[in-house]
Design a protein around this ligand. Sequence first.
Ligand SMILES: C[S@@+](CC[C@H](N)C(=O)[O-])C[C@H]1O[C@@H](n2cnc3c(N)ncnc32)[C@H](O)[C@@H]1O
Length: 219
Amino acid sequence: MKRIPEPEELMDEAEQAQAYAEADFSASNELFLQLFEQLHPEAFTGRALDLGCGPADIPIRFARRFPQARIDALDGARAMLDLARKAIEDNGLEQRIQLHCRFLPANLNSNYDALLSNSLLHHLNDPLDLWQTIRNSAHPGATVLVMDLLRPESPQQVEALVMEYAADAPEVLRRDFEASLYAAYTLDEIHEQLVSAGLQSLEVNQVSDRHLAVHGILS
Ligand SMILES: C[S@@+](CC[C@H](N)C(=O)[O-])C[C@H]1O[C@@H](n2cnc3c(N)ncnc32)[C@H](O)[C@@H]1O
Protein backbone atom coordinates (compact mmCIF):
# COMPACT_ATOMS: atom_id res chain seq x y z
CA MET A 1 0.00 0.00 0.00
CA LYS A 2 1.31 3.44 -0.98
CA ARG A 3 2.39 5.78 1.82
CA ILE A 4 0.20 8.84 2.46
CA PRO A 5 2.15 11.48 4.43
CA GLU A 6 0.65 13.08 7.54
CA PRO A 7 -1.06 16.41 6.71
CA GLU A 8 1.17 18.20 9.27
CA GLU A 9 4.45 17.11 10.83
CA LEU A 10 3.86 18.86 14.17
CA MET A 11 0.95 18.18 16.54
CA ASP A 12 0.55 21.80 17.53
CA GLU A 13 -3.22 22.18 17.80
CA ALA A 14 -4.35 22.41 21.42
CA GLU A 15 -7.34 20.05 20.97
CA GLN A 16 -5.29 17.41 19.15
CA ALA A 17 -2.46 17.60 21.69
CA GLN A 18 -4.88 17.38 24.64
CA ALA A 19 -6.71 14.36 23.16
CA TYR A 20 -3.35 12.67 22.53
CA ALA A 21 -2.15 13.37 26.08
CA GLU A 22 -5.36 11.95 27.55
CA ALA A 23 -5.23 8.73 25.51
CA ASP A 24 -3.98 5.54 27.13
CA PHE A 25 -0.74 4.52 25.42
CA SER A 26 0.49 2.59 28.45
CA ALA A 27 0.74 -0.76 26.61
CA SER A 28 2.90 0.55 23.75
CA ASN A 29 4.92 2.85 26.04
CA GLU A 30 5.66 -0.08 28.38
CA LEU A 31 6.67 -2.15 25.35
CA PHE A 32 9.12 0.65 24.52
CA LEU A 33 10.63 0.44 28.02
CA GLN A 34 10.87 -3.37 27.83
CA LEU A 35 12.67 -3.16 24.49
CA PHE A 36 15.10 -0.63 25.97
CA GLU A 37 15.81 -2.95 28.94
CA GLN A 38 16.55 -5.81 26.52
CA LEU A 39 19.03 -3.59 24.67
CA HIS A 40 20.59 -2.20 27.83
CA PRO A 41 20.24 -4.90 30.53
CA GLU A 42 22.26 -3.00 33.16
CA ALA A 43 20.60 0.01 34.84
CA PHE A 44 20.94 3.09 32.63
CA THR A 45 22.72 5.95 34.41
CA GLY A 46 23.64 8.32 31.56
CA ARG A 47 22.08 11.08 29.48
CA ALA A 48 19.22 10.22 27.14
CA LEU A 49 17.60 12.27 24.41
CA ASP A 50 13.96 11.65 23.46
CA LEU A 51 13.09 13.01 20.01
CA GLY A 52 9.45 14.01 19.39
CA CYS A 53 8.59 13.56 23.08
CA GLY A 54 4.95 14.73 22.83
CA PRO A 55 3.35 14.89 26.30
CA ALA A 56 6.45 13.19 27.82
CA ASP A 57 4.92 9.91 28.99
CA ILE A 58 8.00 7.99 27.82
CA PRO A 59 10.57 10.35 29.43
CA ILE A 60 8.59 10.14 32.69
CA ARG A 61 8.43 6.32 32.60
CA PHE A 62 12.13 6.22 31.67
CA ALA A 63 13.08 8.55 34.55
CA ARG A 64 11.12 6.44 37.03
CA ARG A 65 12.61 3.18 35.73
CA PHE A 66 16.19 4.53 35.81
CA PRO A 67 16.49 6.88 38.81
CA GLN A 68 20.00 8.07 37.87
CA ALA A 69 19.19 8.91 34.25
CA ARG A 70 18.94 12.49 33.00
CA ILE A 71 16.74 13.12 30.00
CA ASP A 72 16.48 15.86 27.41
CA ALA A 73 13.10 15.72 25.66
CA LEU A 74 12.58 17.58 22.40
CA ASP A 75 9.48 18.44 20.42
CA GLY A 76 8.66 21.15 17.86
CA ALA A 77 5.06 21.66 19.08
CA ARG A 78 4.50 24.16 21.90
CA ALA A 79 1.03 22.72 22.57
CA MET A 80 2.62 19.33 23.33
CA LEU A 81 5.42 20.83 25.41
CA ASP A 82 2.92 22.72 27.61
CA LEU A 83 1.28 19.38 28.45
CA ALA A 84 4.68 17.72 28.89
CA ARG A 85 5.79 20.46 31.33
CA LYS A 86 2.69 19.96 33.47
CA ALA A 87 3.08 16.16 33.54
CA ILE A 88 6.77 16.45 34.48
CA GLU A 89 5.95 18.89 37.31
CA ASP A 90 3.09 16.67 38.53
CA ASN A 91 5.64 13.84 38.79
CA GLY A 92 8.28 16.02 40.49
CA LEU A 93 10.80 15.29 37.74
CA GLU A 94 11.69 18.82 36.60
CA GLN A 95 15.30 18.41 37.86
CA ARG A 96 15.87 15.34 35.69
CA ILE A 97 13.85 15.97 32.49
CA GLN A 98 14.63 19.11 30.50
CA LEU A 99 12.28 20.11 27.67
CA HIS A 100 13.46 21.71 24.43
CA CYS A 101 11.31 23.29 21.74
CA ARG A 102 13.22 22.30 18.59
CA PHE A 103 12.31 21.19 15.09
CA LEU A 104 14.11 18.27 13.45
CA PRO A 105 16.62 18.14 11.86
CA ALA A 106 18.40 19.56 14.88
CA ASN A 107 22.10 19.93 15.43
CA LEU A 108 22.28 19.34 19.14
CA ASN A 109 26.03 19.12 19.31
CA SER A 110 25.91 16.68 22.13
CA ASN A 111 27.07 13.39 23.31
CA TYR A 112 24.06 11.40 24.49
CA ASP A 113 24.38 7.86 25.82
CA ALA A 114 20.92 6.85 24.59
CA LEU A 115 18.73 8.10 21.76
CA LEU A 116 15.02 7.41 22.11
CA SER A 117 12.08 8.15 19.88
CA ASN A 118 8.56 6.79 19.77
CA SER A 119 6.01 7.50 17.08
CA LEU A 120 7.88 10.41 15.48
CA LEU A 121 9.32 8.79 12.34
CA HIS A 122 6.01 8.48 10.48
CA HIS A 123 5.43 12.24 10.92
CA LEU A 124 8.54 13.09 8.94
CA ASN A 125 8.43 13.66 5.21
CA ASP A 126 12.16 13.30 5.14
CA PRO A 127 13.02 10.44 7.50
CA LEU A 128 16.71 11.32 7.23
CA ASP A 129 15.88 14.28 9.50
CA LEU A 130 15.60 11.75 12.33
CA TRP A 131 18.49 9.48 11.37
CA GLN A 132 20.93 12.36 10.86
CA THR A 133 19.92 13.95 14.16
CA ILE A 134 20.61 10.59 15.83
CA ARG A 135 24.02 10.30 14.14
CA ASN A 136 24.98 13.82 15.21
CA SER A 137 23.76 13.62 18.79
CA ALA A 138 25.36 10.50 20.19
CA HIS A 139 28.77 8.91 20.57
CA PRO A 140 29.81 5.46 19.33
CA GLY A 141 28.52 2.92 21.81
CA ALA A 142 25.29 4.84 22.48
CA THR A 143 22.08 2.82 22.66
CA VAL A 144 19.42 3.66 20.07
CA LEU A 145 15.75 2.73 20.25
CA VAL A 146 13.23 4.12 17.78
CA MET A 147 9.75 2.63 17.79
CA ASP A 148 6.96 3.48 15.39
CA LEU A 149 3.94 2.16 13.61
CA LEU A 150 4.40 -0.22 10.70
CA ARG A 151 2.42 0.57 7.54
CA PRO A 152 -0.17 -2.17 6.93
CA GLU A 153 -0.39 -3.84 3.54
CA SER A 154 -3.93 -2.75 2.68
CA PRO A 155 -6.69 -0.26 3.61
CA GLN A 156 -8.63 -3.25 5.00
CA GLN A 157 -5.81 -3.94 7.46
CA VAL A 158 -5.78 -0.25 8.44
CA GLU A 159 -9.50 -0.40 9.15
CA ALA A 160 -9.14 -3.60 11.18
CA LEU A 161 -6.41 -2.04 13.37
CA VAL A 162 -8.45 1.14 13.87
CA MET A 163 -11.44 -0.98 14.93
CA GLU A 164 -9.33 -3.10 17.25
CA TYR A 165 -7.39 -0.32 18.99
CA ALA A 166 -9.40 2.89 18.58
CA ALA A 167 -13.08 1.95 18.17
CA ASP A 168 -14.02 3.78 21.38
CA ALA A 169 -11.48 6.61 21.09
CA PRO A 170 -12.54 10.22 20.43
CA GLU A 171 -12.97 11.05 16.73
CA VAL A 172 -9.81 13.20 16.64
CA LEU A 173 -7.69 10.30 17.89
CA ARG A 174 -9.31 7.75 15.58
CA ARG A 175 -8.49 9.99 12.62
CA ASP A 176 -4.93 10.52 13.90
CA PHE A 177 -4.39 6.77 14.29
CA GLU A 178 -5.70 6.03 10.80
CA ALA A 179 -3.57 8.80 9.23
CA SER A 180 -0.53 7.55 11.17
CA LEU A 181 -0.93 4.00 9.85
CA TYR A 182 -1.06 5.32 6.26
CA ALA A 183 1.96 7.56 6.92
CA ALA A 184 4.06 4.85 8.59
CA TYR A 185 7.10 3.38 6.84
CA THR A 186 7.70 -0.29 6.01
CA LEU A 187 10.59 -2.43 7.26
CA ASP A 188 12.21 -2.33 3.79
CA GLU A 189 11.92 1.45 3.54
CA ILE A 190 13.50 1.87 6.96
CA HIS A 191 16.28 -0.55 6.12
CA GLU A 192 17.10 1.64 3.09
CA GLN A 193 16.95 4.81 5.23
CA LEU A 194 19.46 3.31 7.69
CA VAL A 195 21.85 2.41 4.88
CA SER A 196 21.57 5.96 3.41
CA ALA A 197 22.24 7.48 6.82
CA GLY A 198 25.26 5.23 7.49
CA LEU A 199 23.48 3.57 10.41
CA GLN A 200 23.96 -0.04 9.32
CA SER A 201 24.80 -1.08 12.88
CA LEU A 202 21.10 -0.68 13.74
CA GLU A 203 18.51 -3.38 13.07
CA VAL A 204 14.84 -3.03 12.30
CA ASN A 205 12.16 -5.62 13.19
CA GLN A 206 8.44 -5.89 13.74
CA VAL A 207 7.69 -5.97 17.50
CA SER A 208 3.87 -6.14 17.62
CA ASP A 209 0.93 -6.42 15.22
CA ARG A 210 1.32 -2.67 14.49
CA HIS A 211 4.78 -1.59 15.68
CA LEU A 212 8.35 -1.85 14.50
CA ALA A 213 11.53 -1.00 16.34
CA VAL A 214 14.92 0.18 15.14
CA HIS A 215 17.47 -0.71 17.75
CA GLY A 216 21.12 -1.28 18.41
CA ILE A 217 24.36 0.32 19.43
CA LEU A 218 25.90 3.16 17.39
CA SER A 219 29.17 2.22 15.73
C1 LIG B 1 2.64 10.92 17.69
S1 LIG B 1 3.48 12.09 18.68
C2 LIG B 1 4.47 11.00 19.68
C3 LIG B 1 4.75 11.60 21.03
C4 LIG B 1 5.54 10.72 22.01
N1 LIG B 1 6.85 10.37 21.52
C5 LIG B 1 4.76 9.50 22.39
O1 LIG B 1 5.27 8.40 22.16
O2 LIG B 1 3.66 9.61 22.92
C6 LIG B 1 4.71 12.77 17.56
C7 LIG B 1 5.35 14.04 18.11
O3 LIG B 1 6.42 14.43 17.24
C8 LIG B 1 6.40 15.85 17.09
N2 LIG B 1 7.06 16.19 15.81
C9 LIG B 1 6.65 15.86 14.57
N3 LIG B 1 7.52 16.30 13.65
C10 LIG B 1 8.53 16.93 14.32
C11 LIG B 1 9.72 17.61 13.92
N4 LIG B 1 10.09 17.69 12.63
N5 LIG B 1 10.52 18.14 14.87
C12 LIG B 1 10.17 18.04 16.19
N6 LIG B 1 9.04 17.41 16.64
C13 LIG B 1 8.24 16.86 15.71
C14 LIG B 1 4.92 16.19 17.12
O4 LIG B 1 4.72 17.55 17.45
C15 LIG B 1 4.40 15.21 18.17
O5 LIG B 1 4.43 15.77 19.46
